[in-house]
Design a binder for this molecule. Structure first.
Ligand SMILES: [Cu+2]
Length: 149
């Protein structure tokens, strides 16, 4: 327990540093408290390509506390999440062929990770974009902003 408390701040400090060193990729974590560890993702000006890696630091399986990372225009986010509920975990809680989805990872559970490349040609500086988890109910807490620097 004591070791865990010492390690966690060190790990967080390390990940903040590495995110700055390479701003064309980001790692975001989901946990058993239905939270992402980031509320905003900003893509650096020089990026031609941007990769999002999702990790799950919790202990719960993906059918109970699964997380994915989905990017849409902000105005589409709630509807995409609502429409994805019926798709089920095997379809990653996204409606098949949903063209409102700009990028999405699969759903992961405890200890798993996955990544996706964001097609930056679909992102404008003026646009408003939201990332979220489409697991049923999770968008209430698991969402944040995605923007260009
Ligand atoms: Cu989730």
């Amino acid at each position: 327990m004591k070791i865990r408390h010492l390690l966690l701040p060190a790990l967080l400090a390390f990940s903040a540093v590495s995110a700055m060193a390479d701003d064309c990729a980001v790692t975001i974590d989901g946990n058993d408290s239905m939270q992402f560890d980031k509320k905003a993702i900003v893509v650096g000006k020089s990026c031609k390509k941007f990769t999002v890696t999702l990790t799950h630091s919790g202990k719960l399986a993906k059918n109970i506390m699964g997380h994915n990372w989905v990017l849409t225009k902000t105005e589409d986010s709630q509807a995409v999440a609502t429409d994805g509920v019926g798709a089920g975990v095997d379809k990653n809680y996204l409606k098949a062929g949903d063209t409102r989805v700009i990028a999405a990872t699969k759903v992961v559970g405890a200890g798993e990770s996955t990544s996706v490349d964001v097609p930056l040609d679909k992102i404008t500086k003026q646009g408003s974009y939201t990332f979220f988890c489409s697991f049923p109910g999770h968008i209430a807490l698991m969402k944040g902003t995605f923007s260009l620097e």
